[in-house]
Design a protein around this ligand. Structure first.
Ligand SMILES: Cc1ncc(C[n+]2csc(CCOP(=O)(O)OP(=O)(O)O)c2C)c(N)n1
Ligand SMILES: [Mg+2]
Length: 626
């Protein structure tokens, strides 16, 4: 066997540069680069390997380790999971900063390769700077925090272990059912240690992504149930988009007349104006989708993990005899709600089901109901886009302005706050990759960092990042990376002086917005929404902050100014931040849905006791689908 004498880090970097992925006969390089922040735990190991061979993987410098994992997640999602980034950190805080990013990637089933540095495998300098010692367990390091949030975890305690670990890492990253964060904890001494690396390890390797089809019996049973159903409903999740099944879905829907509701990750499965498109499903859903769901007798989930937002905390489907058919590459998700399990790729399964259902269609009246609801919903969107609210505009008008300014193939990115719900309802999606709201982990701070990953993945598209002031304050540092790399983002900073979404939730729970605004402490209190004195708002100027990071800033006082600013932003080559203030109290309503958020069972305040009584009542509708 031919070998080369390489450090473990050099071998890994060369291996990663030679990994390819193939689906439908098309091959791509899999690892698009390596993000990193160096410290003593990786600078001489992976840092040296990247320094020595810049031809293998491009090194990208991040500002924050959590952010760079978000960037990797955004990149992977935009690549429909057929591309990924590696992330290298030092030991200790640099490593644990990635834990939140790892959880986000795993929740959203997105491949990211994490390479946290780890304490010396030799243990000779123990405790090394930043080592956490566990007095009763000698083999623990902070990197054990990655175990529950990773789909694959290994610690490389000898250099030759990198060979098998890297192969397993690729197996999981490229597996559509198993993918998520893959963590190879890499002790700082082992990274730099040389070994005889088999040259075959470094050869070009292609990982095939197949399109598995469920077994025939299950397919026939599903087709029989669909034929027997009077009011079937499709719920399209992220799996439809990742499998590039949107065309197959359109054909299937046009042939069968079955209407479609979309999850956050599945939004864009059908264009918004398709007559069978009911739009967003569940807590943040449209009246169109929620009305049809309430009466559906058969629910066919394609590539969804059935979060509480989709099922409206298990109240959305009200027919006592409703049954589920679950098409999913992951058996785990296919088994939910006692559904008929169709374990397979969304596109291949849709095409097979279309053959089996040839000539079968729902009643015309049901088809027409969906088309009518689509039109009625569209009118509601138009109303909310053009409220003309003042003196401060409503958030729905901001969304309308951005939607009108954007091209169909541009991408809107968001993650947390009141905007994801409003976008889910109101954004008119015209392209399967045009909508990118991270709502699996709904992580404040994903927006700008994730948007950067989207832009890296699709530089030809404009990327519109919608970010609240709370999320901006939590993590906006990757504006600097966007400037450094010439990756333009159009960031719309929607300021309402605090946590509007949670403020609304707080008020609905009888808590008067407690602790959700950015105010000075006055008379010992941070203030409540019903205070008589006007709020003493903190003098935070986020636009000035963005400017100081190198972005072009446009301050917009009105929706007309925002529209003009969005026009100017298109001509700007670097990252632009459009700052706009919105009315905290002018929200988009919920449409015939419910979300289970518990409130205190015993309380002094009448407002809380009233809400608790309503909660106990509403909870009666929550059911198991078994
Ligand atoms: C990291 C993280 N911490 C806390 C939360 C809970 N949370 C959800 S939305 C929100 C407020 C977001 O504020 P902002 O970005 O200003 O958006 P707004 O609610 O004002 O629309 C909070 C605290 C979260 N989703 N993510
Ligand atoms: Mg806010």
């Amino acid at each position: 066997m031919k070998t080369l004498r390489l450090t473990a880090a050099q071998a890994l970097i060369e291996f990663l540069a030679n990994q390819y992925i193939e689906r439908d006969g098309v091959e791509h390089g899999f690892i698009g680069g390596c993000f990193g922040i160096f410290g003593h735990g990786n600078v001489g190991g992976i840092g040296e390997a990247l320094f020595e061979r810049p031809d293998l993987l491009t090194y990208y410098q991040a500002r924050n380790e959590q952010a760079m994992v978000h960037t990797a997640a955004g990149y992977a999602r935009m690549h429909n999971r057929l591309g990924a980034l590696a992330c290298t950190t030092s030991i200790g805080p640099g490593a644990t900063n990635m834990v939140t990013g790892a959880a986000l990637a795993t929740v959203n089933r997105l491949p990211v390769l994490l390479l946290p540095g780890d304490v010396f495998a030799s243990r000779r300098p123990d405790p090394v700077l930043q080592q956490l010692e566990v007095p009763w367990q000698g083999d623990v390091s902070v990197n054990d925090c990655f175990r529950p949030v990773s789909r694959y975890f290994d610690r490389i305690s000898r250099p030759e272990q990198i060979v098998d670990a890297a192969m397993q890492a690729m197996r999981v990253l490229s597996n559509q059912a198993e993918t998520g964060a893959v963590t190879l904890a890499f002790p700082q001494d082992v990274q730099a240690e040389a070994f005889e690396c088999p040259s075959e390890f470094l050869e070009r390797r292609v990982w095939a992504v197949t399109r598995p089809v469920p077994e025939d019996g299950a397919l026939r049973e599903a087709a029989a149930r669909i034929r027997a159903s009077n009011r079937p409903l499709i719920v399209a999740g992220g799996g439809v988009i990742y499998s590039e099944a949107t065309e197959s879905l359109r054909r299937f829907v046009e042939a069968t007349g079955i209407p479609v509701g979309e999850t956050q990750a599945g939004k864009g499965s059908l264009p918004y104006d398709h007559p069978s498109a009911l739009g967003a499903m569940g807590v943040t859903g449209t009246f169109a989708a929620n009305r049809v769901a309430a009466e559906a007798d058969l629910v066919i989930g394609f590539g969804t993990r059935w979060s509480d937002f989709t099922t409206a905390s298990k109240t959305a489907f009200k027919d006592p005899d409703v049954r589920f058919v679950n098409v999913n590459v992951a058996d785990f998700d296919a088994a939910k709600h006692g559904g008929l399990r169709l374990v397979g790729d969304a596109r291949a399964t849709l095409d097979r089901l279309a053959e089996l259902l040839h000539g079968s269609s729902v009643e015309d009246s049901y088809r027409e109901q969906a088309a009518r609801l689509n039109t009625e919903w569209n009118a509601e969107v138009e109303r909310l886009y053009r409220l003309g609210h003042g003196p401060l505009p409503a958030q729905s008008e901001v969304i309308g302005a951005v939607n009108s300014a954007s091209e169909p193939t541009d991408v809107v990115v968001c993650a947390a706050g009141a905007m994801p719900g409003d976008l889910h309802k109101l954004w008119r999606t015209r392209d399967p990759k045009g909508y990118h709201v991270e709502y699996g982990y709904s992580c404040m701070g994903y927006e700008i960092a994730g948007g950067l990953g989207v832009k890296m993945s699709a530089p030809e598209r404009e990327v519109y990042v919608l970010v609240g002031d709370g999320s901006y304050l939590m993590l906006s540092s990757e504006i600097v990376t966007s400037i450094q790399e010439g990756l333009k983002l159009t960031i719309v900073l929607v300021d309402n002086h605090g946590f509007n979404s949670i403020g609304g939730l707080s008020r609905s729970l009888g808590l008067d917005g407690f602790g959700t605004q950015y105010r000075y402490r006055r008379d010992g209190s941070l203030g409540l929404d019903s205070d008589e004195l006007p709020p003493a708002l903190l003098p935070v100027d986020l636009a000035a902050n963005a400017e100081s990071l190198g972005a072009r800033v446009i301050r917009c006082g009105t929706i007309d100014e925002l529209r003009a600013g969005l026009g100017d932003a298109k001509k700007e080559p670097r990252t632009v931040v459009l700052a706009v203030e919105v009315d905290r109290y002018e929200g988009v309503p919920a449409y015939e849905s419910w979300w289970d958020v518990p409130i205190a069972e015993v309380a002094e305040a009448d407002s809380v006791r009233t809400v608790r009584a309503e909660y106990d009542e509403a909870r009666q509708a929550e059911r198991s689908y078994l």
